[in-house]
Each structure stands twice: as C-alpha cells, then as structure tokens.
Design a binder for this molecule. Structure first.
Ligand code: 1J1
Ligand code: MG
Length: 259
C-alpha cells in the first residue's frame, strides 16, 4: 500500500471541495449522495474513536487530525485517543466509541462495534472510486478500464463486474491479472489493443500510467492513486475530468459501509 505523507494531507478541505464539485458535475450527485445510494445508509449520531498507531513506519503527521476533520465534516462525533496503540484502543472503547478508525502500514480499518461490520480502506476506496467512474453521465459505452489490480483496483473491478459493466484491466503483475481474469471474468487489456475508454479507474501508486492511446476525449478518470496516473499534459489535451483526492472520499466510503 502506498503510504500517505503529511504533505499529501495538507489542504484537505480545499481538495474535498474541488473534488465534490467535479463528482457533482460528472455524475449529477455529490460524494455524500453517492455514498448514501451505494450503501443504502445514512450516517446518524455514531461516535468515532480514532487511534494513532505507532507500528511500522509510525504515526503520520496530520493523519489522525485529518480523520477527525472527515468524521466531523460528515456530521459525526469523533475524538482522537490520547495514547496510541492498545492503550488508545482501550481508551476509545471505554469512552464509548461506536466506530473505531485505525491504520498501520498494511491495513486501515473502520470497525463498527455495535453491528460488527468491518471494512478496509482498500475495499471501500476501490468501490467508491469505481462507483464514481461508473456514474459518468457522458460515458460512450459500458466499457470501463481499470489500471492496477492490487487491493483497491481488484475491489473496484469486482464492484464494476457486479454492476454489469464490461471491465477491461491491466497490471504488470501477471499473477494479479490472471487472478482477476479467473475470479471476476474481466478482460485483460494491453495498450497495443488500441481500444479507448471514456471511464477509467486508476489504482496504482505510480505516475504516468495513463497514456494518450487509452482514453477518449472528455473522458473521466477516477483515481485515489498518489502520485496521479494521468500526466497533466494528457489531461489538458483530452480535456479529462479528474477525480483525485488523498483520503476523504475513501474514508467517507468506509464510514457509510459500516453503518
Ligand atoms: C498509517 C496509515 C498508512 C496509508 C489511505 O496512525 C498513524 O498515524 C499511522 N499508523 C497511519 N496508510 O497511508 C493509506 C491510507 C491511503 N493510504
Ligand atoms: Mg497513481
């Protein structure tokens, strides 16, 4: 998993505003509306305990405070435990948290202690960015390209197959690609195929994964991947609408999915 840095999390509220505007423009619904219809849930008065975790690379500056901002933005009560790790978990549960948010370097999870639902950021992020891509109002067909079949891309591809889209996907890792072909029935895509897409889900930790030959003009690229897979000159030339944001959209999806 690509780890966020403190700098990625600066200007979170401005990035949220910009992306909410793009999502509304291309799908006709805002992020909150997409979450509500995707999961059939509405956030209530849940209390969210956020626990800093020191394992692995340790605490990321701005991470817990960004989570608190997101929780409060979507109208829930939240708090950050005073201590990290197990002590923080004990604190959060003792203080009445309904939902726990915590992340080490491998898994970022939301766990609802009342209904026992649990989700990983990978799955919630893949599903919501796929959902956004799939709702593109100016799509020219039901063909959709998924770039990257790690935890996020695989979950996104699975969601799209379930929704009845024609999913094409690529990943330089042959085992990942074969797994998605076998388990999901997606079509392997190779850029030599000369097929262009109006909807793209990009889920890689790499830059410049999208080249000119893959996209139609005025297409939609939906990506949680940092750095951005779409070179900015290609984005301009093809007048691409881009949904890309480091944390809020994925966390919104996590919260709605465990309610
Ligand atoms: C580590 C989070 C690592 C990511 C969404 O508690 C802390 O401050 C750290 N242990 C948090 N995961 O960076 C993922 C989450 C995108 N990347
Ligand atoms: Mg990327």
């Amino acid at each position: 998993m690509a780890l966020l840095t403190q700098e990625d999390l600066e200007n979170l509220s401005m990035q949220l505003e910009e992306n909410d505007a793009v999502v509304s423009k291309v799908t006709g619904v805002d992020i909150k509306g997409i979450c509500e219809s995707l999961y059939g849930t509405k956030l209530g008065s849940e209390k969210v305990g956020i626990i800093p975790i020191t394992a692995g690379n340790g605490v990321i500056g701005n991470f817990a405070s960004s989570l608190l901002f997101i929780v409060e933005y979507f109208g829930l009560d939240g708090f950050i435990s005073e201590h990290p790790d197990v002590t923080g978990y004990y604190e959060a549960v003792s203080q009445g948290a309904d939902i726990i948010l915590m992340a080490d370097d491998h898994i970022f999870t939301a766990h609802n202690l009342r209904n026992e639902k649990i989700v990983s950021n990978h799955v919630a992020t893949g599903v919501i960015y796929a959902e956004i891509a799939s709702r593109f109002e100016d799509a020219t067909s039901k063909d959709i390209l998924v770039i990257g079949l790690g935890g996020v891309g695989y979950a996104g591809a699975k969601h799209l197959v379930k929704k009845g889209f024609n999913v094409f996907a690529c990943d330089p890792n042959k085992a990942f690609l074969e797994k998605a072909v076998d388990e999901l029935g997606i079509n392997p895509y190779c850029s030599d195929d000369r097929k262009r897409f109006s909807m793209v889900l990009e889920a890689t930790p790499n830059a410049d994964t999208i080249s000119e030959g893959m996209i139609e003009e005025r297409c939609l690229v939906s990506t949680p991947g940092i750095p951005c897979g779409l070179p900015s000159e290609v984005g301009k030339k093809y007048r691409v609408d881009l949904v890309m944001e480091p944390l809020v959209i994925g966390v919104a999806s996590m919260l709605y999915s465990v309610i």
